[in-house]
Design a protein around this ligand. Structure first.
Ligand code: KIV
Length: 272
């Protein structure tokens, strides 16, 4: 699984073999430039969901429910979850949390909406966690993460993201659950893996976190491409005939001068 936020990337990632695309609320950070996922709204996420859905034909599509779109539970959470399928073209929703959100997961699932869970480092709780920190390092914390994962599975989630936990704990959780675990910063003992597409493509500037593997260097390549475009435009090397329509008039003697053209030419040559 990888994240996607627009049709062009979704098409490329699906063609490249992604089984599932997650329209993650990480869009708040990588697309919108915020320093957390908290400001992202349902309407903004749905805009990206529709774009991703239009760009794909095969992949399983998961829409990430943003902060405060499900935390109140009840009708509010169910109505918002429904919008991801009805308006966003998604096949499932993902929401963060464990025992606290289990009743909400149960309610959404019983309405026929598949739910993917997400435990461990849950970015919507960044302030409660004191930052983006690995969770489950002490045995108390580890027991809590395991209990959260079990509660999510018991509530009817069909899969679960394990984020930012020690690899050994992810292995224990996988062994304890009947549903697939999808890891990010959770080591190799998960059934699947997910990365933010900007991270795996090397699109973000700066040093990536330890759990990220950059399979490309799109940021560096993008800089290089932009600089070449700028230089070629300045040097007059772009566009050439190959990238132009009708560079030369078919028969210059017969071309009628447009009003003002002769005067403009005179001013131009006077300027040198
Ligand atoms: O929003 C997101 O991109 C996510 C993944 C990192 C799992 O939740």
């Amino acid at each position: 699984m990888v994240t996607a936020y627009d049709a062009t990337f979704a098409r490329m990632l699906e063609e490249g073999g992604a089984d599932a695309l997650l329209v993650g609320d990480s869009l708040g950070m990588v697309v919108q430039g915020h320093d957390s996922t908290l400001p992202v709204t349902v309407d903004e996420t749905l805009y990206h969901c529709r774009a991703v859905a239009r760009g794909t034909t095969r992949a399983h599509l998961v829409g990430d429910m943003p902060f405060m779109s499900y935390q109140l539970g009840g009708d509010d959470a169910l109505r918002n979850a429904g919008r991801f399928l009805a308006e966003g073209g998604m096949h499932a929703v993902k929401l963060e949390g464990g025992t606290d959100v289990a009743p909400t997961i149960r309610r959404i699932v019983s309405a026929g909406i598949p739910v993917m869970g997400h435990v461990g480092l849950t970015p919507q709780s960044v302030h409660a966690m004191g930052g983006f920190r690995v969770q489950g390092k002490t045995s108390d914390q580890a027991r809590r993460v395991l209990a959260d994962a079990c509660a999510v599975a018991k509530a009817g989630a069909y899969a679960i993201v394990l984020e930012g936990i020690p690899a050994w704990l992810a292995g224990r959780i996988r062994d304890a659950l009947d549903i697939p675990t999808i890891g990010i910063g959770a080591g190799p003992d998960c059934d699947g893996q997910v990365l933010v597409c900007y991270d795996l493509l090397g699109l973000s500037a700066g040093k990536p976190p330890r759990f990220v593997k950059q399979y490309e260097e799109f940021h560096a390549r993008g800089l290089e491409a932009m600089r070449r475009f700028r230089d070629e435009v300045r040097e007059g090397a772009f566009p050439t005939e190959a990238h132009s329509y009708g560079l030369r008039a078919p028969d210059s003697d017969k071309v009628v001068d447009l009003p003002g053209a002769r005067e403009a030419r005179r001013r131009r040559s006077a300027r040198g």
